[in-house]
Design a protein. Structure first.
Length: 132
């Protein structure tokens, strides 16, 4: 991405990363075979890596060097907090039998796909040549 990432808009890369991860989760939810799960994990990993590297690049280019460390720390903290809260709530709901695992994972995948396209079509950033 560092050598060729400038050829693609960050908006497109983020959309592909979110949608690809969501697609992998959706398929993962209903795949019974271990080999299929392993292949899907690799497939998802590619898109997660694309997503993480692109968000790092967006933050680095949008934030001045004097505040960059604080922004990354805040982003990391809020991301971990969100993951822990959602995991706790879903774990409770799964444990109580209120929701089933496969539809929950598929729903998370659908949410990522929707978020990717909503971000792409609702992007309010700079022109394609800039940070957007």
């Amino acid at each position: 991405l560092a050598s060729r990432g400038g050829a693609y808009s960050k908006r497109l890369l983020l959309t592909v990363g979110l949608a690809g991860t969501g697609l992998a989760l959706g398929i993962f939810a209903f795949t019974p075979a271990y080999a299929g799960l392993a292949a899907l994990a690799l497939f998802a990993g590619f898109f997660v890596a694309l997503l993480l590297v692109t968000t790092e690049a967006v933050i680095q280019s949008a934030i001045g060097p004097e505040a960059r460390a604080r922004v990354f720390a805040l982003r990391d903290f809020l991301t971990r907090l969100a993951v822990l809260c959602v995991a706790g709530l879903l774990g409770l709901a799964l444990g109580k039998g209120w929701i089933a695992p496969a539809p929950t994972v598929a729903g998370a995948g659908a949410l990522l796909i929707v978020a990717g396209f909503a971000g792409y079509f609702g992007w309010k950033g700079e022109a394609e040549g800039g940070a957007g």
